[in-house]
Design a protein around this ligand. Structure first.
Ligand SMILES: [Zn+2]
Length: 387
C-alpha cells in the first residue's frame, strides 16, 4: 500500500524541498517530490503535516541509556522501552554505548547488544515505532587514566588486539565504533586493525599531543568523541588532540550540545570549525534521561542526577540530553538553521559510522524512517519504516 505524507518542507537533509510530497510503499521511500512539480494524487492514503518539516530519523551514535534503562545492564526484552522513548524524541537508530567495565561484564553486555541488534532487523509492524540499535559503540576500556572522566580506573586497560578480538567475538562483529586514546602503548595497532574491520575509530578520553593525534588519523582513526570533554585542553602553543580534531577536515567529530558539557559559545566554535558536513551531535545520555532526578547506574558507575545534571564525585557522568533538544540547542547556540542542525543529527553521524546508504537521509529506496518537526524543532511524530 502506498501512503503519501505531505509537509511544508522536507530536509533530505542535503536539500530542502518546499511543499513536500513523500510517497512511502512497503516501508520504503518510493518517491520525493513537491507540490509545484507534481499533482497530488487522490487514490492514495494521505497524511498531512501542514506547517511541519519532515527530516530523516535522528541517529545517535553515543548513548548509554534512557527511560530508566542502562544499555549495559538492560535485558534484551527491556530494550524496546528505550527504543520507544528514543523514537518519541525523533531518534530512529542508535548505537548502544559501553563504559569501561570488567572484561567479562563488557563481553556479556556485548552479547546482549548483538542479540538486540540482530532482533531489531525483524521487528514486526504494529506497535513498533521504536528506535533500533544498529551497532555497538565501545567507549573504552582503552582510555587515558588522565582523561578518563568517570570511567573507573580499575577497568581501564592498555589497547591490545587480543582484547579487541574478544569484544569483536562477543559482539558477533557488531562493534561499529570505538573510542580510544591514541597515546596509549599499543593503540595504533588496535586502531589500524579496527579500521580494517570498518569500525569507526574515534579518538577521545585522551591526553594526546597533536603529533600523536595525527598518527592516529594516519593509522585509520576518522572521528573524535565528545569533543572538548575528556580531552587535553586546547592551548595556543600546545594545540594537542583538539588542534588536530578542529582543523583536520578529513575527520568528523561529535559534541554534547546540552549547554552543560560545553558552553554554548564553544559549541558555536565547534560548529564553525567542523562545518555543516563534519559536525555530529550525540547525546551521551544515561538511564536518567526522561526520568526524575535521583541515583542511576551507568554500567558499573553510580550517578547522581540533580536538575538533569549527571555527576559522580563531582565529575560529569553522561547527560540527560535528548537528540531533539540537541538539535534545537544548536539553532539557539549558533546561527545554524534547522536544516543544518538536522544534518548534524542524521546524515553526518550515519556517514561517520558508514551507515549513510540506508540511514540519516531521505531518498527513494531508503527505509521510510523519519521525524516530523514543528518549525521550532519539536517532534510532532516519528515514523519508522512507514508506520
Ligand atoms: Zn559516553
Amino acid at each position: 500500500m502506498k501512503t503519501l505524507f505531505t509537509a511544508r518542507r522536507l530536509y533530505t537533509p542535503l536539500e530542502e524541498i518546499q511543499h513536500a510530497l513523500l510517497f512511502v510503499e512497503d516501508g520504503l521511500i518510493a518517491e520525493i517530490s513537491s507540490r509545484s512539480a507534481k499533482e497530488t494524487p487522490h487514490n492514495v492514503a494521505r497524511i498531512d503535516f501542514d506547517d511541519a518539516a519532515i527530516a530523516p530519523g535522528y541517529v545517535d551514535i553515543h548513548i548509554h541509556g534512557g527511560a530508566g534503562l542502562d544499555v549495559m545492564l538492560a535485558s534484551q526484552a527491556e530494550l524496546p522501552r528505550l527504543g520507544k522513548f528514543l523514537a518519541a524524541h525523533g531518534v530512529t537508530s542508535y548505537f548502544p554505548t559501553t563504559v569501561a567495565a570488567p572484561l567479562d561484564q563488557t563481553c556479556a553486555a556485548l552479547e546482549r547488544m548483538a542479540a538486540a541488534i540482530e532482533d531489531g532487523t525483524t521487528i514486526a509492524n504494529g506497535d513498533s515505532v521504536q528506535a533500533r540499535p544498529l551497532g555497538v559503540h565501545l567507549e573504552g576500556p582503552f582510555l587515558s587514566h588522565k582523561r578518563r572522566g568517570v570511567h573507573p580506573p580499575e577497568n581501564l586497560v592498555l589497547p591490545s588486539i587480543e582484547i579487541f578480538e574478544r569484544f569483536w567475538q562477543a559482539s558477533r562483529g557488531h562493534v561499529r565504533m570505538m573510542t580510544i586514546a591514541p597515546e596509549l602503548p599499543g593503540a595504533l595497532e588496535v586502531i589500524s586493525e579496527a579500521a580494517r574491520r570498518n569500525v569507526c575509530v574515534s579518538i577521545g578520553h585522551s591526553d594526546a599531543e597533536m603529533p600523536i593525534a595525527q598518527a592516529a588519523v594516519a593509522a585509520g582513526a576518522r572521528h573524535a568523541t565528545h569533543t572538548f570533554n575528556a580531552m587535553r585542553p586546547l592551548d595556543h602553543r600546545d594545540p594537542g588532540i583538539l588542534g588536530e580534531v578542529l582543523t583536520n577536515s578529513r575527520i568528523g567529530a561529535d559534541i554534547i550540545a546540552d549547554g552543560i558539557h560545553v558552553s554554548p559559545a564553544i559549541v558555536k566554535l565547534f560548529l564553525q570549525a567542523k562545518g555543516v558536513d563534519g559536525a555530529v551531535l550525540i547525546t551521551d545520555a544515561i538511564a536518567a534521561t526522561g526520568m526524575p532526578d535521583g541515583r542511576y547506574q551507568l554500567g558499573p558507575i553510580q550517578v547522581d542526577v540533580k536538575d538533569g545534571k549527571c555527576t559522580t564525585d563531582g565529575k560529569l557522568a553522561g547527560s540527560t540530553l535528548t537528540m531533539d533538544r540537541a538539535v534545537r540547542n544548536v539553532t539557539q547556540f549558533s546561527n545554524w538553521g534547522l536544516r543544518d542542525a538536522v544534518q548534524a543529527a542524521t546524515l553526518n553521524p550515519a556517514r561517520a559510522v558508514g551507515l549513510a546508504k540506508h540511514h540519516g537521509l531521505l531518498a527513494p529506496g531508503v527505509e521510510a524512517s523519519f521525524v516530523v518537526l514543528s518549525p521550532a524543532g519539536e517532534v510532532l511524530r516519528t515514523v519508522v519504516r512507514g508506520v
